[in-house]
Design a protein around this ligand. Structure first.
Ligand code: BDR
Ligand code: CA
Length: 322
């Protein structure tokens, strides 16, 4: 499946996604590019370095990215979801703080040139770095193999407002720019990720069978599962959290587990619907200029949840078992 960059705001569920990418035999993770989101850029970058150390993946580059959105003020960090430190208040820190000298956007542009047609980016945070990389190199869409985004929701309710998902509302202008570019874009949003419930049973399985990484994923998930279990409508009858970010990686490795819808898409950039992902079917031809000349995208509408979860846990256990 080739070379992979994860653009990320670690983030408890981001760490799960990073572990999966390291564990999967067909993925070659070359870098984490960091972005603000679940915490400040200082904290998400520190967490990126620390989880790579914990996962024994020191050959993976870390390039620091955007500290704030393109055109709006940054929202307060969601400490009630991910903790003050973005990692469930475990306060992890790397022993070494070696970051790449390039910014995240520069790194993405350079990697796309170096691995022309072979590079996949999976973006699991606000899309600011991707939008900045595009403005550095407008030819970027022609150079990537594919772009997979965890973000947005088309039909399911939002998780920040009735219509907005966190990654998209954190930088709605960047999300709109990314959705309007002609590149092989697949969106894995709340329409499917809220149906993929990682339960305490899964975390215990990882804790018992996936070595130190499993223990870390169990510990860091305590805060996240507490948050999800306190929601008025829990996602599962058991204690569980939604597997947002890792689902985008499982989509990359196992697309057959997802049913995709095609369309064109825009993201609302202001007002009460800010951050809303709107998708129109390809068969419509709306004459308003906002809906003209848009490229096709695809978004995940249905998922085989149990199989995604089994695939996630078995891949981690296979790789990280002692
Ligand atoms: C997304 O928002 C972040 O809090 C998670 O890490 C995930 O990327 C889910 O809406
Ligand atoms: Ca994330």
């Amino acid at each position: 499946m080739g070379k992979l960059i994860i653009d990320t705001d670690p983030g408890i569920d981001d760490a799960q996604a990073i572990a999966y990418a390291i564990a999967h035999p067909q993925l070659e993770l070359i870098a984490l590019t960091t972005v603000f989101g679940n915490a400040s850029i200082e904290i998400t970058t520190r967490n990126a370095l620390a989880v790579l150390e914990k996962f024994d993946a020191l050959d993976v580059d870390v390039a620091r990215g955007a500290s704030s959105p393109l055109h709006i003020d940054r929202f307060a960090s969601p400490d009630f979801v991910h903790g003050d430190d973005g990692m469930g208040n475990l306060d992890i820190a790397p022993e070494q703080l070696i970051e790449n000298e390039l910014s995240a956007a520069e790194y993405i542009v350079e990697a796309a040139n170096q691995h022309h047609g072979e590079l996949t980016i999976v973006a699991i945070g606000p899309l600011t770095n991707i939008a900045k990389a595009l403005s550095l190199d407008p030819q970027l869409p022609l150079k990537l193999k594919r772009l997979i985004v965890m973000g947005g929701t088309v039909l399911a309710p939002g998780n920040v407002s009735p219509v907005a998902e966190a990654n998209f509302i954190n930088d709605p202008h960047a999300a709109d720019i990314v959705c309007s570019q002609n590149w092989p874009l697949s969106i894995v949003g709340l329409d499917v990720t809220m149906k993929i419930a990682l339960t305490d049973w899964h975390f215990e399985e990882l804790q018992q069978q996936a070595g130190g990484v499993g223990e870390f994923l169990w510990q860091s998930s305590r805060y996240y599962v507490d948050f999800y279990s306190s929601l008025p409508i829990p996602i599962s009858s058991q204690r569980a959290c939604a597997m947002h970010d890792a689902s985008a990686l499982v989509y990359l490795t196992n697309p057959e587990l997802f049913e995709m819808n095609s369309g064109v898409a825009r993201v609302v950039t202001s007002g009460v619907a800010m951050g809303q992902l709107i998708s129109a079917s390809l068969s419509e031809n709306y004459l308003l200029p906002h809906w003209q000349n848009l490229p096709p995208i695809e978004w995940a509408a249905q998922v085989e949840s149990e199989q995604v979860l089994n695939h996630f846990t078995s891949t981690l256990i296979q790789h990280f078992k002692p």
